[in-house]
Structure formats: C-alpha cells, structure tokens
Design a protein around this ligand. Sequence first.
Ligand code: PMM
Length: 283
Amino acid sequence: MFRWATIAGPVMGVVNVTPDSFSDGGRFVAPASAVAHACELAGAGAAVLDVGGESTRPGAEPVDADTEIARVLPVISEVAARVDVPISVDTTKAAVADAALRAGATIVNDVSAGTADPEMLGVVAGAGAGYVAMHMRGEPRTMQVDPHYDDVVDEVAGFLVERLDAARAAGIADDALMADPGIGFGKTIDHNLELLASLPELIAAVGVPVLVGTSRKTFLGRIVDEPDPSARDDATLATVVWALERGAAMVRVHDVRGAVQAAAVLGAMARASVARRGMVETR
Ligand code: PMM
C-alpha cells in the first residue's frame, strides 16, 4: 500500500513523453531519451518521477489511451528497473493508469481529479496506489477561455474536498491522497497568484498534503517577461521557495536540482531557527 509519508523529499521531477508539451515540448519523446532524462532527475534528488504521455498545455488536443500507453509504458518499466525512485503517471485515463501501475508506477497524478474517467478512482484503489487529485476548470482544450470565479480559493478548495471524499469513498486510503490547486489550469494570472498567496488556508481546508506545480508556467513568463518556458527556472524557483515555506508538501518541477538545493537550504534554516528559538526561550 502506498503512503505519502514514505516519500523521501519534497521534489517531483517532470518527465514529459509528449511531442507537444509547452515546457519541454518533444525533447524527450523517444523512450531512451526520456529514460535518460528521468535517471538524471533521480540523480539530482527527485523524490518522485512524474511520467506523462498527454500534453495538458492550454489548447492541447486529447490523445487516445493506446497512444498514451505506447508513449509512457516503455519509459515507466525501464525507469522502474533502473532507479529506486517512486514513479507517478500523469494521466486522466483509467486504462493508462492501470497499465502504468502494472509496469512499476505506484502513484497516479490525475489533473481531472477523477472527473474525466469514472473508472479511475476504482483502479487506483484496487492497486493500493497513491493519488494526486488536481483542480482544473474545464478541459485543457478550452480551460484558458475567460476563466471566472467568485472566490477562487474557496471554489478550488471546495472542489478538492469533494473529489478527495469521492476518492475515499472509492477505497483510496487517506494517507495515499494528495491535493493540487492546479496552477495554470483554467486560471488567470491573478487567480494563480491568489491561490499561491492563500496556500496555508488552502492546505488547512483540504486536510491532506498539497502538491504545487508552477514550473515554467505562463503566469511566470508574464511576470518576468520571458516568452521561452525553458528560461523560466529562476522565476519558478521563487515560487518553489514560497510554496515550501507556506506548507506545500511537494513541488512539481522541471529543474529538479534547483528545487532540491532550495529545499535543503530551507530545511537547514528552519532547523537553525528552531534551535535559536529554544536558546532564547531557555535564557
Ligand atoms: N501541470 C502540468 C501537468 N501535470 N500535474 C499536477 N499535479 N500539477 C500540475 O501543476 C501539473 C500537472 C503542466 O505542465 P507540464 O507541461 O510541465 O507537464
């Protein structure tokens, strides 16, 4: 049975096996280069490797389950054989999740939180796998068309609470669950910033560990005026530090090395600050 408490660190590394992902589009579509990339991320300290075969970038066209399975399966089985880092499969399809879990993945990262495929939660429960439920408004093809919320934090938290309950009702263990506000999925820049600003409130509301995925996303490009996603890792790192400082359990990033180093330094400073407080209090 998978439990998040057994995961060794706070950094999930992105392994996209898609020809059209916005952030590293097509670079790792050949299985051998995706496997090599995943092993590199493991070496850089990724605690989870997130393998995806369908692009979720705004406007992306869906792919069928067979295509997705053909992309991710060889990568998952080879990575599972080579490194000892848990693998998540980034998919909304139960058939893909099922195949990936049989091939060595132990976590399903579902950007639809079980709303895209009625079989998904049952497959995850049956395998005793970990599950990430993410908030998305609409679907990738249309999600950035004028998104509107009355209160984005309340609405995202409410959706996640409801989907986590559905996951529990399907038999997924509480300590196998993680929630994700879905930065960039049907949200404006202001929505994304408001969600990041309200992380402690969101974490308290959902009651399970929270994953945050800001890596290389468009809202960062707008803030720093950088059209090239692969040149947004420094901007990403600011959000990584922000999210970990405000209680996120995990960040999903392309630049694993940077995030692992930032997390290590944050940890050292947190320990020093606890020690200092103890010293001052016993004076
Ligand atoms: N973002 C992307 C894909 N999958 N999964 C989770 N849980 N959270 C995210 O923020 C998220 C995701 C899109 O970006 P990519 O092209 O970098 O994979």
